[in-house]
Design a protein around this ligand. Structure first.
Ligand code: AR6
Length: 179
């Protein structure tokens, strides 16, 4: 599913973030950048041990929630990995929505700074961090749309959803947004 916003496009795909042929992929990291399960585990497995070495050397203090940092991509064919730290869901009363938006925005800024024309995101915070999928879909997509309309780059933002449920939630939110 695709939606055009000015000269830019938001694309929804079902699949694995490590299999994407784009300039940058986004990791769903934790604030210590210590690795973990889900997207983080899959990316580190696919990229190889050099990725963890680089991450620890460059960012020994980790990364704050709502922000992101850039590394190279080890064995993966993309140019960059942006390690984004989404919020842990605490019922919606701890600023989670703003922190989620901020994590997406920071990745898009990194994409622009690194001259990336295409970037692929997983659904940040919706796995181990427990953010409800429908709410995450709405907030993630509206944040990206706003950025694209203002900045007119990157050309392609792809959301890579792991299963039918998350794909459906993002498809409904994207459809509602473009009405
Ligand atoms: N490709 C695309 N999406 C995936 C993949 C994949 N290979 N694997 C899982 N998902 P999560 P979070 C989906 O838990 O909630 C880690 O331990 C998954 O179904 O990866 O931000 C980190 O180290 C879900 O919808 O990230 C942190 O400690 C979404 O990606 C913590 O988990 C995000 O799930 C971060 O939690």
């Amino acid at each position: 599913m695709n939606e055009q916003f000015g000269s830019c496009r938001i694309e929804l795909a079902q699949g694995d973030i490590t299999a994407q042929q784009v300039d940058a992929i986004v990791n769903a990291a934790n604030s210590r950048l210590a690795g973990g399960g889900g997207v983080d585990g899959a990316i580190h497995r696919a990229a190889g041990p050099k990725l963890m070495e680089e991450t620890f050397t460059k960012f020994p203090d980790g990364c704050q929630t709502g922000s992101a940092v850039a590394t190279s991509a080890g064995r993966l064919s993309v140019k960059f990995i942006f390690h984004a730290v989404g919020p842990i869901w605490r019922g919606g009363v701890a600023g989670e929505a703003d922190l989620l938006a901020s994590a997406y925005r920071r990745c898009l800024e990194l994409a622009v700074d690194h001259s990336c024309r295409s970037i692929a995101f997983p659904a940040l915070s919706t796995g181990a961090y427990g953010y409800p999928m429908d709410l995450a879909a709405e907030r993630s997509l509206s944040t990206v749309r706003e950025f694209l309309l203002e900045q007119k780059q990157p050309e392609l933002v792809r959301f890579v959803l792991f299963d039918g449920g998350s794909f459906g939630a993002f498809a409904r939110a994207l459809e509602a947004m473009s009405e």
